[in-house]
Design a protein around this ligand. Structure first.
Ligand code: HEC
Length: 129
């Protein structure tokens, strides 16, 4: 009799804990996926960045998911988490130009892009994953 009772009790424990473990895992996964995008700044900045970027010359050397002259924006986004430090560093690189991070081909400088606009463009780039 005792044995008959312990089996259903064991099953009950399994049934009750399995969804909890699944939910915890799903939440953890969601948190790691969402964290960088959340830090990237407001959706308004990202949308403005995308508009600025399509009006500038960026897309002659960059595509979203294939490398042409410059790295694919998805590759840039996977390399750098959207922290304030990375956004500032990459915005400066867009304005100053330069090489060495992805290869020997340099990015042309963009002295006419303001630091605020460069940051919006970078926020957009780091949001494309
Ligand atoms: C003449 C071609 C060219 C144009 C135009 C261009 N890029 Fe680039 N970009 C490159 C190359 C080449 C690299 C890789 C540089 C390196 O290896 O350090 C690069 C790298 C980058 C990176 C990553 C920098 C790093 O240090 O990892 C970002 C972000 C970027 N470009 C954004 C932009 C934006 C925004 C524009 C438009 C305002 C733009 N690029 C226009 C060629 C270009």
């Amino acid at each position: 009799m005792k044995k008959l009772l312990t089996i259903p009790a064991f099953l009950m424990v399994l049934i009750l804990t399995a969804p909890a473990v699944n939910t915890a895992y799903a939440q953890q996964k969601k948190a790691t996926n969402k964290a960088p995008a959340k830090k990237a700044g407001g959706a308004a900045d990202i949308a403005a960045g995308q508009a600025l970027l399509s009006k500038s010359d960026c897309l002659t050397c960059h595509k979203l998911d294939v490398k042409i002259v410059g790295p694919a924006y998805k590759d840039v986004a996977s390399r750098y988490p959207a922290t304030d430090a990375n956004i500032a560093m990459l915005a400066k690189k867009v304005i100053d130009g330069g090489s060495g991070a992805w290869g020997q081909i340099p990015m042309s400088p963009h002295p006419n892009v303001t630091p605020a606009d460069a940051k919006k463009m970078v926020k957009y780039i780091l949001s494309v994953k």
